[in-house]
Design a protein around this ligand. Structure first.
Ligand code: KIV
Ligand code: ZN
Length: 522
């Protein structure tokens, strides 16, 4: 595949809002999904898989509204091999200028056993469902789920059927993250060689990262002829996640000499999206994560710093600016004005509207009063702290905690519930436990705390803490996040934020039945 006359454009198919969002705890609100979709569209993603419309009313509405607001990207909705799934997906995506239906079924022996279909019965179902989708739109993608564990003969047979029935993209998923680069390439080559009319369609690769090989497997598939990569921002996704968009895009860019394929991605938008997805999903990016990790461009050892000062290329294969990491030295303090804040936020990748700037400025002043120097990471934490938006039913109004060497600790909390203030004092084993007990006393609930995580945003004892909280109730999961120089205040706000989101999530599914997962095949 090195012949330069061959098509060398690789389509980027982002599934952050579908495969990423479906990972437990990564639930996003309607507004967050719309904002992320708009950012992906601006970044130059070719196809946005906006959700799984049959899964819930909330999923349907999100896909529909993303389709309505879309500008350039193809908007895709996922559907199982069922007519009503496909119809529902079409109802949602049809509002897009460029809609796509993505339908799939598990084809490996293990997956065929679940609906208990013979090879012939499944082949017929594939023909019927892809034809049904093709009657609605000419942009149909079909996936044999667990393709990498499907018998080659059967895989060729069903891919041929899907192409004949009208699929123009055939996606080959490594659903359980089982394949390895050489095998991933060989599978695409095998299909291209054996399936009739394979050159008329686009082969796509969809890898999970269970063995840490998703990026390598995706790139190997491209070298073998795949021209679409399915991926997510920060590699968000179930278990070990999906292929990370930023990794495949930057690998193709930095090593264009050996992988001469282009994407349409504006890479300077990568950091903004990475931060946004981390904030709304509650899945923080690990410090040493490739491309977007906090340490990815940090050079702390003496030798590295010396080399970097002489020539940045000594230890850097890409520039921070390439992914939208600003390297400005403007430190903000309490005398900084609104214009300086707007300029700084723009450098950091946040184009704030007047109202948002007003709100962030008030919070920035409050922070600057408590903290001498306000660093970039403080501002990012501030702008991403959604707990002040006032949209939720619960709001933390006042908190005072009494701590000491003697347990128990106590928390005096005022919580607004639907606009009315309620006050209580509760005790607990430590200040955070006491605070959470106070919330539970004022607003009794059955949700369980699944995760409680604290990160210092910057160094120093006056650093802000970002707290992430994950709650679960009846299989529904929500994550909350908040930042404050006081860790206990951040904890209270994050807990309440998670509760607010859980309440929204419950409301969305009440009356419409349980949410469906793409793994529910029946
Ligand atoms: O991993 C997978 O197989 C999927 C399919 C629905 C494409 O996400
Ligand atoms: Zn997947």
């Amino acid at each position: 595949m090195t012949d330069q006359t061959q098509q060398d454009r690789v389509l980027i198919f982002d599934t952050t809002l579908r495969d990423g969002e479906q990972s437990p705890g990564a639930t996003m609100t309607h507004a967050e999904k719309l904002e992320i979709a708009a950012m992906l569209d601006e970044m130059g993603v070719d196809i946005i898989e906006a959700g799984f419309p049959i899964a819930s009313e909330g999923d349907f509405e999100a896909v529909r509204d993303i389709a309505k607001q879309s500008r350039n990207a193809v908007i895709c909705g996922l559907a199982r091999a069922k007519f009503n799934d496909i119809d529902r997906a079409w109802e949602a995506v049809k509002h897009a200028a460029r809609p796509r239906i993505h339908t799939f079924i598990g084809t490996s022996p293990l997956h065929r056993a679940i609906p208990n279909l013979t090879q012939d019965e499944m082949a017929e179902l594939i023909h019927d469902t892809v034809s049904h989708a093709r009657n609605l739109t000419d942009n149909v993608q079909w996936s044999p789920m667990d393709a990498t564990r499907t018998e080659h003969d059967y895989l060729c047979r069903v891919v041929e059927i899907a192409i004949k029935a009208g699929a123009s993209t055939i996606n080959i998923p490594d659903t359980v993250g089982y394949t390895a680069p050489r095998e991933s390439a060989a599978l695409i080559s095998m299909l291209r060689a054996r399936v009739p009319r394979a050159d008329d369609i686009v082969f796509s690769t969809h890898c999970h990262n269970d063995l840490g090989m998703a990026t390598a497997n995706s790139l190997a598939a491209v070298e073998a002829g795949a021209r679409q990569i399915e991926c997510t921002i920060n590699g968000l996704g179930e278990r070990a996640g999906n292929t990370a968009l930023e990794e495949v895009v930057m690998a193709l860019r930095v090593r264009h000499d050996i992988m001469p394929y282009d994407t349409g991605i504006d890479t300077t938008r990568i950091m903004g999206l990475s931060r946004k997805v981390a904030a709304v999903s509650g899945f923080a990016v690990q410090y040493n994560k490739a491309i977007v990790g906090k340490n990815a461009f940090a050079h702390e050892s003496g030798i590295h710093q010396d080399g970097m000062l002489k020539n940045a290329e000594t230890f850097e294969i890409m520039r921070p600016e390439d992914i939208g990491l600003a390297s400005t030295s403007l430190v903000m303090g309490k005398h900084s004005g609104r214009a300086a804040l707007r300029a700084k936020m723009k450098d950091l990748g946040y184009d704030l509207g007047d109202n948002q700037l007003k709100d962030v400025f008030v919070r920035f002043k409050a922070l600057a009063d408590r903290k001498k120097e306000v660093y970039d990471d403080d501002l990012i934490a501030l702008v991403q702290d959604a707990t002040e938006e006032g949209a939720g039913r619960l709001q933390v109004r006042f908190l005072r905690v009494i701590c000491g060497t003697e347990a128990p600790q106590s928390a005096d909390l005022t919580l607004a519930i639907d606009g009315v203030d309620h006050q209580t004092t509760a005790q607990g084993d430590g200040p955070v436990d006491a605070t959470f007990n106070a919330v539970r006393a004022l607003f009794p609930h059955e949700a369980h705390l699944q995760l409680y995580q604290v990160h210092a945003v910057t160094g120093g004892t006056d650093a802000q803490a970002t707290v992430s909280v994950r709650m679960e109730e009846d299989g529904k999961i929500a994550t909350g996040q908040a930042a404050d120089t006081d860790t206990v205040v951040a904890s209270a706000k994050a807990y309440v934020h998670a509760l607010n989101r859980l309440l929204v999530r419950k409301q969305k599914t009440d009356g419409t039945g349980a949410e469906v997962s793409y793994k529910d095949v029946s």
